[in-house]
Design a protein around this ligand. Structure first.
Ligand SMILES: *[C@@H]1O[C@H](CO)[C@@H](O)[C@H](O)[C@H]1NC(C)=O
Ligand SMILES: *[C@@H]1O[C@H](CO)[C@@H](O)[C@H](O)[C@H]1NC(C)=O
Ligand SMILES: *[C@@H]1O[C@H](CO)[C@@H](O)[C@H](O)[C@H]1NC(C)=O
Length: 323
């Protein structure tokens, strides 16, 4: 019979593995809320479209344009009727990220193909907006830990969300249905949240008339719950939310210092893990560390995950040895 202590140890070890598991809902890999409680940022993915232009003009001073965070798809950007709304929004101050191209499943590509797609998309957005995106929105279900690491190593920060407006269900709805449905999505989450302790990144798509038509209602609703709408860089506390060029190493200067210290911290953790883990596992952790150190902000989550897994395996092993 395993003792109560042994069961407790097993449960803790299992919890450690689950917490570190790679997933698009794991904020260690995909930041999905703001640093400061009470803040909310809305990301608009899947545009641009004529509704991007309506979204900006409908603001009417309800919030500064910089609080509109656009994650454009590049597929149709060579068409000026599609690129103009994006260009105008960026000129008006909208924040510009990048959305992984919706028609290509990331997991089916080689590293070289991913690198090329990222570079092409980044360049096109740079040409249209004059900004070099650093934040990227990856399609749900289209990313493995391996492809995630490739994207990070190219200098991008994948972004998540913790509130889905579900506006994609509201194409061609009448105005009342549009408003009540989108308000419902926000109400459900915000009514249960405390601005003193929670924060949000909300997901919308600037591809639908409802998204553009409901923006001031959404802003009013957010304010009525005492949350503050902010731009994504403010939400994430990032003073360098763009890169200097679309090549892999081009990250803003101030982040390299923190990157170096994060890498140092994670090697310390790996060293500790090595004392309890088998040599083969240690080698794997070292390999991951090396890869992660080259990626801005990647070192922490990836090596944390490896550390956790190693620690869990070691603890479970020790517990069974004592049975
Ligand atoms: C992308 O491809 C992977 C691997 O073939 C598959 O598991 C996943 O479901 C695909 N994603 C989508 C959104 O179809
Ligand atoms: C919305 O409906 C229109 C007309 O039926 C269609 O052309 C458009 O592609 C739809 N948009 C989305 C995002 O599904
Ligand atoms: C928002 O703050 C005001 C002023 O502090 C307070 O009266 C109100 O009850 C708050 N509203 C919500 C929904 O918490």
């Amino acid at each position: 019979m395993p003792s109560l202590l042994q069961l407790a140890v097993l449960a803790l070890a299992a919890a450690g593995v689950v917490r570190a598991q790679f997933s698009q809902d794991n904020p260690q890999y995909f930041p999905n809320s703001c640093k400061t409680p009470g803040q909310i940022a809305i990301i608009f993915t899947d545009g641009p479209s004529t509704f991007t232009a309506s979204l900006i003009s409908n603001l009417n001073g309800a919030t500064p344009t910089k609080n509109i965070n656009l994650f454009p798809v590049t597929r149709f950007l060579n068409d000026v009727t599609v690129s103009a709304p994006l260009k105008n929004a960026a000129t008006a101050g909208a924040f510009v990220g990048m959305r992984w191209t919706t028609t290509v499943n990331l997991t089916t590509l080689t590293e070289a193909q991913i690198t090329k797609q990222l570079s092409d998309d980044c360049s096109l957005i740079g040409t249209v907006t004059g900004k070099v995106p650093k934040y990227i929105y990856l399609s749900r279900g289209d990313v493995t830990q391996q492809t995630y690491t490739i994207v990070k190593n190219q200098g991008y920060t994948p972004i998540g969300y913790n509130l889905d407006s579900q506006d994609y269900l509201l194409n061609n709805t009448d105005a009342d249905t549009c408003l009540s449905s989108i308000r419902g999505s926000y109400d459900k989450v915000l009514s249960a949240a405390n601005p003193a302790s929670s924060s949000f990144i909300a997901l919308e798509r600037d591809l639908l008339q409802c998204t553009a038509d409901s923006i001031t209602a959404v802003i009013g609703l957010i304010q009525s719950y005492n949350f503050t709408l902010v731009d994504l860089p403010t939400c994430l506390g990032d003073a360098n939310p763009y890169r200097t060029s679309c090549t892999a190493g081009a990250v803003a200067a101030t982040s390299s210092a923190s990157r170096a210290s994060t890498a140092a911290a994670s090697s310390t953790r790996s060293a500790a893990a090595a004392t309890t883990a088998a040599a083969a596992t240690t080698a794997r952790a070292a390999a991951t560390n090396t890869a992660a150190a080259g990626a801005p902000n990647a070192a922490m989550p990836l090596s944390y995950s490896v550390f956790n897994t190693i620690a869990a395996v070691a603890v479970v092993g020790a517990a069974f040895a004592r049975l």
